[in-house]
Design a protein around this ligand. Structure first.
Ligand code: DX5
Ligand code: ZN
Length: 218
């Protein structure tokens, strides 16, 4: 299905060789590059910010899909846009004025995304659907790679598929996406799949190619 996008999360890559690891999944068939930004406040982990994104921007021409797991992201949107992000996704739970934040992302000429945690109902984003290009359903609690897919999120994906209707919005899932889980998630209506450990396992470009192929086949 040509409509399906695979977005490897570099969180599971070798950070000492980040540029090469991005180029490797690009050559191995990645559609998007998923960048997990964590601030140690919204989630219990810290990763990287705009300077690192800018440093690796040249490693791939693919869509840079930034997933901001940070509290009050407004002050950092311009920095991520200037660093070369094509899409910026913020968490509904992290934004006091979500509608305004999503408008600000589009004003920076980036695709706007909104993410919700496993415990957040889909109705939290019902009134901003005309402001977004992407909805991200977290299928684990954000903060770490390699966690198990939470089955209760499937019903949320189904409901969001219906809520989105004919709008041109990508429905993305993130967390525990693997050959064993991706079929059911696709059935529920997702079209954009983030996968960290399931892509980067094996540590070589040949493994990444096989891992991406396995996700597409499943
Ligand atoms: C979790 C991140 C995910 C993570 C997914 O906080 O948002 O993108 O890297 O990793 P896997 O695919 O290993 O669950
Ligand atoms: Zn993510």
């Amino acid at each position: 299905d040509g409509d399906i996008l695979i977005a490897p999360s570099i969180l599971s890559s070798d950070f000492s060789r980040l540029g090469e690891e991005i180029a490797a999944v690009d050559r191995a068939g990645a559609d998007w590059i998923h960048l997990d930004v964590m601030d140690g406040r919204f989630v219990p982990n810290i990763t990287f910010g705009p300077p690192v994104v800018a440093a690796v921007r040249g490693a791939s021409a693919r869509f840079f899909d930034a997933h901001l797991m940070i509290a009050s992201p407004d002050a950092y949107l311009e920095g991520f846009a200037k660093a070369g992000c094509d899409g910026i996704t913020v968490h509904a739970e992290a934004c006091t004025h979500l509608d305004r934040t999503l408008q600000a992302i589009r004003a920076l000429d980036c695709r706007a995304g909104v993410a919700i945690n496993p415990a957040t109902p889909e109705t939290a984003i019902e009134y901003v659907l005309d402001r977004v290009d992407l909805v991200l359903v977290m299928t684990v609690n954000p903060g770490f790679g390699g966690q198990s897919f939470i089955p209760a999120t499937l019903e949320k994906v189904r409901r969001l598929r219906a809520m989105i209707g004919a709008r041109p919005i990508r429905l993305q899932v993130d967390g525990g996406v693997a050959p064993e889980t991706i079929g059911a998630i696709r059935q529920a209506g997702a079209d954009t799949f983030v996968a960290g450990s399931a892509v980067y396992r094996g540590g070589t470009e040949d493994n990444y190619r096989n891992n991406i192929d396995a996700l597409r086949r499943s």
